[in-house]
Design a protein around this ligand. Structure first.
Ligand SMILES: C[S@@+](CC[C@H](N)C(=O)[O-])C[C@H]1O[C@@H](n2cnc3c(N)ncnc32)[C@H](O)[C@@H]1O
Length: 261
């Protein structure tokens, strides 16, 4: 496997505290998880209905289990896969505290530790921009899905705006960055058209693509980023104030779905 030009070990170094509002990773929890899950529920309602008892969902790159817990709470049997052992331990402990039955497995998207055609839904959120081999991950996701199964995703676009936000603001500028390490490499970010093309090659037919970003128009929220970076505002609270969710603009992050042919 080729070396990844980003620091994916950060999920081991700080992965014990995903659920702590002061951990920058909690940005994904504050309003991003409710925002992403609200969109996924709309897609699920349209494509699958509202009853998920007995349905199986696979979370590729499950991190601290933010989305796995949402899917489990609405009735899915969830399996989460992640290469970070520390994050898996955190996710397991948090699920146990909440009495949620979620199976967490050590593994990578490029070689999923699951049998084929097992899952009704596979989702992969904020992960595609971290993987060494996008083609292999999409191939594995298609393999894991039942025919007619649903793939849900969100990821960072590769645009000038995403470079400003995800690279400059979130990891380079001292007064706004989350970590002083490279959590993203802009060249690994995926444009929607590229993802649609790769999915198509692996039998995943793309549905719609929508934007994912901050919905707050209050310019003071930028000051909140600097306060969070200086430890004066919890990252979870900053995320809630930015009110991440579905937007029309796809230039920073986007989410969408595809159906296994
Ligand atoms: C930004 S976090 C997203 C976590 C979770 N999906 C969420 O949205 O809350 C990225 C996650 O991808 C995982 N990851 C990195 N490389 C991966 C790979 N090749 N396959 C699967 N997961 C990977 C990391 O360990 C980390 O937990």
């Amino acid at each position: 496997m080729t070396p990844v030009p980003i620091d994916n070990d950060v999920y081991n170094r700080v992965g014990a505290t995903w659920w702590d509002e002061d951990n920058p990773l909690n940005l994904l929890h504050g309003s991003l998880t409710p925002g992403r899950f609200a969109y996924f529920r709309e897609v699920l309602t349209d494509r699958v209905g509202r009853e998920y008892a007995g349905m199986r969902a696979l979370d590729v790159g499950s991190g601290g289990g933010f989305l796995a817990e949402e899917f489990a709470k609405v009735g899915f049997c969830v399996v989460g896969v992640d290469p970070s052992a520390v994050s898996l331990a955190t996710a397991r402990a948090h699920a146990a505290e909440g009495e949620l039955e979620i199976e967490y497995l050590l593994g990578i998207g490029e070689k999923l530790p699951v049998r084929g055609t097992e899952f009704d839904v596979v989702y992969c959120c904020d992960v595609l921009e971290h993987v060494t081999d996008l083609d292999a991950v999409i191939d594995e996701i298609a393999r894991a899905l039942k025919p007619g199964g649903l793939f849900l995703f969100d990821t960072i676009n590769r645009t000038t705006t995403s470079k400003l936000v995800a690279i400059k603001m979130m990891q380079e500028w001292r007064w706004t960055r989350l970590f002083d390490t490279a959590i993203h490499d802009w060249s690994m970010c995926v444009r929607p058209g590229e993802l649609v093309e790769v999915m198509g090659r692996h039998g995943l037919q793309a549905g719609d693509i929508v934007g994912l970003g901050p919905r707050s128009t209050n310019p003071l929220r930028l000051l909140d980023m600097t306060r969070a970076a200086r430890g004066r505002l919890p990252w979870g609270e900053m995320s809630r104030r930015l009110d991440f969710g579905r937007t029309r603009f796809t230039g920073i992050s986007y989410m969408g779905y595809a159906v296994r042919a």
